[in-house]
Design a protein around this ligand. Structure first.
Ligand SMILES: NC(=O)c1ccc[n+]([C@@H]2O[C@H](COP(=O)([O-])OP(=O)(O)OC[C@H]3O[C@@H](n4cnc5c(N)ncnc54)[C@H](OP(=O)(O)O)[C@@H]3O)[C@@H](O)[C@H]2O)c1
Length: 212
């Protein structure tokens, strides 16, 4: 991870859950992290935690807000990728990395009506990440594109999805030990640590007890 020290990362959804764990890890590795979400106060708190832990990097909170699931999962992801690539081009950065948070739902359809639309957005992430990889190759850059596809991760995801039904939300995490946010942050570190000639397209990861 040495080559990322002092460089800049943009982490979306950095206030809680997976994004917060990723932001913290990248600061621990000495990066300047722009963390964005709606609850900017939570990112400020995270920044203070990183500082008091003596991490060499810095976390800068940014406020951002998108409307609905399609906006967040597909539109925001595409706009961020486009802007990140433009910014890299302008600054002659040819070894950047764009990592999309996908899901196992981007690879198979579960018989659960509550997540069919979510699943559709994640299938889009699978297509967009592979499409981006091809575009970056065609443009002869060395910028890499990767997606990480976790199964169930214990975060605020279920409590938010089932905000009207806390019992159902709690039940989701009661059947087996789910992945933790830090497991996904570790996958990000693994992806960033790969030697320049290695392009990791997708990491599919589940709890060892998850079936589908
Ligand atoms: N948890 C899982 O089981 C799981 C499994 C597979 C994939 N994933 C994927 O992992 C990613 C992160 O999920 P998570 O589990 O960490 O969820 P989470 O704990 O609910 O966190 C979601 C993050 O996104 C931000 N966010 C939500 N709505 C937003 C909006 N409209 N505009 C701007 N920011 C918004 C939230 O911050 P604010 O509320 O402060 O804006 C928060 O920082 C998602 O792409 C999810 O699909 C999760």
């Amino acid at each position: 991870m040495d080559r990322w020290k002092g460089r800049t990362a943009l982490v979306t959804g950095a206030s809680v859950g997976i994004g917060a764990a990723i932001a913290k890890e990248l600061v621990r590795f000495g990066m300047t992290v722009l963390g964005c979400a709606r609850n900017v106060e939570k990112i400020q708190k995270l920044a203070a935690e990183c500082q008091s832990a003596g991490y060499p990097g810095v976390l800068i909170p940014l406020k951002c807000g998108w409307k609905n699931m399609l906006d967040v999962n597909v539109l925001a992801l595409s706009i961020c990728a486009r802007e990140a690539y433009q910014s890299m081009k302008e600054r002659s950065v040819d070894d950047g990395h764009i990592i999309n948070l996908n899901s196992m739902c981007g690879h198979r359809i579960l018989p659960n009506a509550d997540i069919h639309f979510y699943t559709a957005t994640k299938y889009a992430v699978t297509a967009l990440t592979e499409g981006l990889r091809q575009e970056l190759r065609e443009a002869k850059t060395h910028i890499r594109a990767t997606c990480i596809s976790p199964g169930l991760v214990e975060t605020e995801f279920a409590p938010r999805l089932y905000s009207q039904d806390p019992v159902k939300a709690a039940n989701i995490y009661s059947h087996y030990k789910a992945l933790e946010a830090i497991d996904i942050a570790n996958a990000v570190v693994y992806v960033l640590s790969a030697p320049p000639h290695v392009q990791i397209g997708d990491i599919q990861m589940r709890s060892s007890e998850q079936v589908t």
